[in-house]
Design a protein around this ligand. Structure first.
Ligand SMILES: Cc1cc2nc3c(=O)[nH]c(=O)nc-3n(C[C@H](O)[C@H](O)[C@H](O)COP(=O)(O)OP(=O)(O)OC[C@H]3O[C@@H](n4cnc5c(N)ncnc54)[C@H](O)[C@@H]3O)c2cc1C
Length: 589
């Protein structure tokens, strides 16, 4: 049941209270509520996602954020590595969280991403060999896609699940560049075709077809999937418009501090308190989770003391390990009228397209914003000088994203011209940023410093991605289409290309790792391998903040995987012994 007013709550005591009805939060709520004996409350600061056209229509995803009613409307502080520019840092503030606001590309990361996590945390349960089991309950691959096209060789059917909760589909509308992208894989050895870039198999490298969380011409979020399946359960309550302002400590036990009470506000004047008998679980995302921890006195004394917040749990790594993928739009000019731009900037043409979508769920509005992606590694001679920051030899360093129009999240399409965009994203950054509350007022936005492009590796690797994009675009497949390059992309020099990056790069919106996991004995982390917050009992974090390293992929898949395993970890803790667990929940390691 979804409630909108705290007065509608039947009780103030629940077994589990989950903070944040986002990507991970709703997946976890759905799994925990399978046990009818448990009473679960989810508190979400944002609004309902119901009937919001920009949220539902896949191609309109870029209009859900930034700076809207569905966004937390954050802005980063001036970035030293990017000409001291600031830029928006969108996060979904609605049911489904950022899965209701993202661009829907779905992957799991490379096997190495998970194996490295198992290694650094000392918990083999995070290795891909164990994690891959969660693909089965998680995804439901849609065959055929909504446009009915033949998907032979566009994904590997044997790798995928068809019985899970989240619909995942290949494209449902072609872009006129699709054939040229695939042709390039035949012409340039450097960019081989990869039939399946989900990351389920060992190899993520190459050019392939995007897999997206959508079905029947509409977005699939954690709200329209996990929640819509679980929502009829009487033991699951979701309260929206409920912003958590802090956790209240409820006393020590065995040297650990409890935080069983959750304080929240309706956003206006009233404050409420609810209590958990088992656990409070923070799923407020890489920014929100840090904010709540710090407001509750869990953090670095150097951050909290100056704000007059008493330190209850000294946890110096809270908000410290922020990682994100820098994104650089490399835009080419193309033959007049050969791109989608003339439609995108024509209001009546857009109106017609949206109308077609509203009536039939067809046309380009029913499709994701991109159809093809490429994952690649820098050349060995570039890597020579560095300790490879990738999780393994089959993990990409960067990504190329292809769109037959002007796709620059930071700058709208110019009034004239036709364009082709190859966005490049650095997937293995070594720069580390921070998230820190500005004051003890929960309504003050935290200070977000992604600190991007501040290491030599990051600058070099992003430059290599631009060179790769230019080599890609120089393949014969693009003859008669591309006519030039926009801005400093023209440059052939190192300094020119670096200036291009500093001038227009921003984020692909993938913040992670701000409450990262480390082994039970390590202090270099915020949570333990079972996601419990170090120094506390009855408190866990279940969202992308727990990742020690950002995965080299689009991270909503990992957010869902973390939630799926967290549900098992919680169920195992509750069970008296293995006999109490259904076979599905026994970990095999
Ligand atoms: C524009 C954009 C495009 C993206 N495109 C892609 C893509 O194509 N593919 C991909 O894989 N990833 C993409 N991402 C990233 C990805 O969607 C997110 O990283 C992921 O969904 C985060 O999941 P999460 O569970 O950690 O947090 P979220 O899904 O953000 O959930 C956090 C929830 O907690 C709530 N919350 C926060 N603070 C509080 C509080 N104090 N009280 C109550 N509730 C609170 C929030 O409102 C939100 O609902 C994109 C992100 C953006 C912004």
């Amino acid at each position: 049941i979804i409630l909108t007013d705290p007065a509608q709550l039947k009780t103030t005591t629940y077994d589990y209270i989950i903070v944040g009805a986002g990507t991970s939060g709703l997946a976890l709520a759905a799994r925990l509520s399978e046990d009818t004996e448990l009473n679960i409350l989810v508190l979400e600061a944002g609004v309902s996602d119901a009937n919001v056209v920009s949220v539902m229509a896949p191609f309109l995803a870029p209009t859900v954020t930034p700076y809207t009613a569905y966004d937390w409307n954050y802005t980063v502080i001036p970035q030293a590595g990017m000409d001291n520019r600031t830029y928006p840092y969108p996060r979904g503030r609605l049911l489904g969280g950022t899965s209701s606001a993202n661009y829907m590309v779905h992957q799991y990361g490379s096997n190495d991403n998970w194996d490295r996590m198992a290694k650094v945390t000392g918990d083999p349960g995070w290795a891909w060999n164990n994690m891959k089991r969660y693909v089965l309950p998680h995804e439901k691959f849609v065959i055929p896609p909504h446009d009915g096209h033949n998907t032979t060789d566009q994904f590997s059917p044997d790798l995928h699940s068809y019985i899970g909760d989240v619909d995942i589909s290949l494209y449902v509308h072609s872009q006129n560049i699709d054939a040229r992208v695939i042709e390039t894989t035949r012409q340039l050895k450097e960019f081989p075709y990869n039939e399946d870039i989900s990351g389920i198999a060992t190899d993520l490298l190459g050019v392939g077809w995007a897999q997206s969380t959508m079905t029947q011409g509409a977005r699939v979020s954690s709200s329209t999937s996990y929640l819509s399946i679980a929502n009829t359960r009487p033991n699951l309550t979701i309260l929206i418009n409920a912003m958590v302002t802090k956790l209240i400590n409820t006393g020590m036990s065995g040297g650990l501090m409890g935080f069983q009470r959750v304080q929240f506000t309706d956003g206006l004047t009233k404050t409420y308190i609810v209590e958990s008998t088992k656990e409070v679980i923070l799923s407020a995302g890489a920014i929100g989770t840090v904010q709540i921890l710090q407001l509750s006195g869990i953090g670095d004394p150097a951050d909290l003391n100056p704000l007059g917040i008493s330190v209850i749990v000294d946890s110096p790594r809270v908000g410290k390990n922020l990682q994100d993928h820098p994104l650089l739009p490399n835009i080419f000019t193309v033959e007049d009228g050969a791109s989608l731009d003339h439609i995108l900037r024509n209001q009546s043409a857009m109106g017609e397209a949206i109308n077609e979508w509203a009536v039939n769920r067809t046309g380009f509005i029913s499709n994701n914003v991109v159809n093809n992606l490429a994952f690649a590694r820098v050349k060995p001679e570039v890597l020579e000088k560095y300790v490879d920051p990738a999780a393994g030899k089959l993990s990409p360093h960067y990504e190329l994203i292809f769109a037959n129009y002007w796709l620059n999240p930071a700058e709208p399409v110019p009034p004239t011209g036709s364009y082709f965009t190859i966005l490049t994203a650095l997937l293995t950054p070594t720069s580390r940023g921070t998230v820190k509350i500005k004051s003890s007022n929960p309504f003050d936005a935290p200070i977000i410093d992604p600190n991007m492009l501040t290491t030599e590796w990051d600058v070099n690797a992003l430059r290599e991605s631009v060179r790769a994009a230019k080599r890609f675009a120089a393949a014969p497949a693009w003859d008669g289409y591309i006519t030039g390059a926009v801005g400093k992309l023209f440059s052939e020099t190192t300094s020119g290309l670096d200036a291009h990056a500093r001038e227009i790069a921003s984020t692909i919106f993938h913040p992670t790792s701000t409450a990262s996991m480390s082994s039970y004995s390590s202090k270099n982390g915020v949570v333990n391998p079972d996601l419990t917050v170090k120094g506390t009992y009855g408190l866990r974090v279940v969202d992308l903040s727990v990742l020690p390293y950002i995965p080299s992929c689009h991270p909503q898949g990992p957010a869902y995987m973390i939630a799926e395993r967290a549900a098992d970890l919680i169920k195992i803790m509750r069970a008296d012994g293995p006999d109490d667990l259904s076979p599905q929940y026994v970990l095999h390691y």
